[in-house]
Design a protein around this ligand. Structure first.
Ligand SMILES: Nc1ncnc2c1ncn2[C@@H]1O[C@H](COP(=O)(O)OP(=O)(O)OP(=O)(O)O)[C@@H](O)[C@H]1O
Ligand SMILES: [Mg+2]
Length: 632
């Protein structure tokens, strides 16, 4: 433990210097790299140059009136605060001699003036805090809203890379560090800069020589601050990544609590989490260490300067070239001059921490959806409600996921309006990929997917939503009631519409047997209802949406045989007139289809009516025979 902590500074310093060190402590080094698990660092999104500054400016833009008011209030407050020592000097050099001659006026004036200044400083501080608090709240609300809206707008492939834990950390810890900067840091900075300027001016005005020494001490202080800033920047970047890693691990583990239990992963998770926590602690330690060094060095510089000035000033008072009151005021001012330097360190801390966070947020906000909304959206021609189906075409489509090889090598396919097509094929053949392209979760790398002759890429979002609906195996339910979950398909639907959809799909009976019927809260992730029941709800949701093209990707995989039968029965009504793509491993589902496609490695290898394919000699015939045999 001690070895780790003692070795840390060497590493931190090396990081800051940008050199590699071989003598760093093994143990802490191991923790850093192992815990990082190359998961987080390397694909943190790069933010384009200047993006962080632009983001901060745009956040402050709406509150620029408040920013200006805040600066004015701080300026006035500085005037009130800095008047103090001047009044003391006046009291010593004028008030006391006058007092000896029984003239009390000057001293009373000083006392009253001091009181007024103190009161004004307090009042102005209060006003400033009120203004800045409002400003902070607005900025943070704005930023959090932006992160949420942007993350939601980004495409599926983004979310596959960027875990929800990282998004949570962006909108919590990173927003929080900006809050710290705005609420404490900025005030510090403005206060420190203003008092530096005003005190230096005051000292130079009081006595050019003494003031000159004080101003000269700024040079080493400046160098010190610059060095500190650079070092602490590195440390805070690492710290913010470490915090995110902790949150990601936390979210991931608890999201997957069932497999964690099933595979008794608790101990392994505990260890991994402890390592991440330790890494966070180490980076925290780094930042404290940098801070401590900075404070020690800056005090050394400050105290040396004060000692020099006092000695020289005392010598000059003794030789009658300096008034005692002026020296007293100068010393008071000097204390005030150097006191804020510690606080400047605090500011730099919160600044660097916020900068690291803002950079990450800016990187996130700079992401553009890979499936963008069309610039000039097109509408589809209206079709009658009896035949809602639309024609689907894959025209020279090639597709590869961002990570991995080509899944669809070259794909041409045409589905007639109202046709029900079953897609079968082995695991990993590309069936779901086909479905996701049709639902426009992704855009093809090459070629086009057309709905009634219109490229999905140029289709207006509401058109696409009404046009294509996909029901998957996962059947995700949002928190809320069963009825609300079904109504997601068509928010304006009445209770009758909802019940009709549920009845059509065979979900009505199970829903009415729930404690509150349609008003039963499904709670977190539908934990209360079974997987098959969830699929039925998702089915009803899709039916209510009344899409032109309905895609069912293993949508009945969790149902029992009677349940699936019931759904199949319902399918005749549900799919009637629609274009439907039914992906299924269970061949019983295929019976509703007008046409069957067999896919292998991203290609359609067989295409025909079920009867044709069953009668033939191909793969589907084999599959079908095997399935038949298994039933007997
Ligand atoms: N999000 C993804 N990122 C990268 N590769 C993916 C992604 N999703 C699927 N793949 C790859 O694409 C290929 C086709 O996957 P797809 O999900 O389309 O198969 P499938 O036919 O639906 O299989 P299954 O019957 O198991 O559902 C697989 O090799 C898979 O590894
Ligand atoms: Mg699949």
């Amino acid at each position: 433990m001690t070895t780790i902590d003692q070795e840390k500074p060497a590493r931190a310093a090396d990081d800051a210097e940008g050199t590699e060190s071989s003598e760093s402590a093994e143990s802490s080094e191991e923790i850093r790299t192992k815990a990082a698990d190359d998961l987080f660092d390397k694909d943190d999104l790069p933010s384009p140059p200047g993006a962080t500054g632009r983001l901060l400016r745009s956040l402050l833009h709406a509150g620029r009136g408040r920013v200006a008011l805040g600066v004015v209030l701080l300026l006035l407050q500085q005037v009130a605060v800095q008047a103090g020592p001047l009044l003391v000097a006046y009291a010593i050099d004028r008030g006391v001699p006058a007092f000896r001659e029984e003239n009390y006026g000057p001293l009373i004036a000083v006392a009253v003036g001091y009181l007024i200044c103190s009161a004004a400083a307090g009042g102005l501080q209060y006003a400033f805090l009120m203004v800045s608090a409002r400003l902070n709240q607005d900025v943070l609300l704005d930023l959090r809203g932006r992160i949420f809206r942007h993350a939601q707008a980004l495409s599926v492939d983004f979310h596959e890379r960027y875990t929800s834990g990282r998004l949570i950390s962006r909108s919590t810890t990173d927003v929080e560090s900006l809050r710290e900067l705005l609420s404490e840091g900025l005030q510090e900075l403005i206060g420190v800069v203003l008092s530096f300027v005003s005190i230096s001016a005051m000292l130079l005005w009081l006595d050019l020589g003494l003031g000159g020494v004080a101003v000269a001490s700024f040079v080493p202080l400046y160098l010190l601050i610059r060095m500190y800033r650079r070092r602490v920047g590195v440390v805070f970047g690492a710290r913010s990544t470490a915090v995110a890693a902790v949150i990601v691990k936390f979210a991931e583990t608890l999201n997957g609590i069932r497999p964690v239990r099933a595979f008794r992963r608790e101990k392994a998770n505990d260890e991994a989490f402890a390592a991440l926590n330790r890494r966070h602690e180490l980076t925290n330690g780094d930042s404290l260490l940098e801070m401590a060094r900075y404070v020690v060095c800056s005090r050394l510089v400050a105290n040396t300067a004060v000692a020099g000035i006092v000695l020289w000033g005392a010598y000059r008072v003794a030789s009658d070239t300096l008034a005692l009151g002026v020296l007293a005021a100068a010393v008071l001012y000097l204390r005030r001059l150097y006191d804020p330097i510690d606080r400047l360190g605090m500011f730099l801390n919160s600044y660097q921490s916020a900068a690291a966070s803002l950079e990450k947020v800016a990187g996130l906000l700079a992401q553009t959806p890979t499936v963008p909304e069309p610039a000039s959206p097109q509408a589809l021609p209206a079709n009658d409600s009896e035949h809602p189906g639309r024609k689907v075409e894959f025209d020279g489509v090639r597709f590869a996921y961002r990570t991995g090889g080509e899944v669809l090598p070259r794909f041409d396919l045409s589905l007639a309006a109202g046709e029900t097509v079953a897609v079968v094929g082995s695991t990993g053949a590309g069936k779901s990929t086909l479905a996701k392209l049709l639902a426009r979760f992704y855009d093809p790398t090459e070629g086009r997917v057309l709905l009634d002759g219109t490229d999905l890429r140029s289709l207006a979002v509401p058109e696409l939503r009404r046009g294509v609906v996909m029901v998957t195996q996962e059947a995700f339910l949002f928190s809320g009631t069963v009825a609300e979950n079904i109504a997601i398909g068509r928010p304006e639907a009445t209770r009758e519409d909802i019940e009709r959809a549920a009845k059509a799909i065979g979900a009505h009976d199970f829903i009415t047997s729930l404690p509150d019927g349609y008003d039963t809260d499904v709670r977190k992730r539908g934990g209360r209802i079974s997987a098959g029941q969830r699929q039925l709800v998702a089915f009803a949701r899709a039916l209510l949406a009344d899409p032109a093209v309905l895609i069912l990707d293993e949508a009945t995989s969790s149902l029992d045989i009677p349940g699936e039968r019931a759904v199949q029965h319902a399918m005749h009504t549900v799919l009637k007139g629609r274009t439907a793509v039914v992906i299924a491993h269970r061949l019983s589902t295929v019976e509703v289809a007008d046409r069957v496609l067999v896919m292998e490695r991203g290609r359609v290898v067989e295409d025909g009516t079920p009867a044709e394919l069953i009668g033939g000699e191909g793969r589907f015939a084999d599959l079908h025979r095997a399935w038949r045999d298994s039933l007997v």
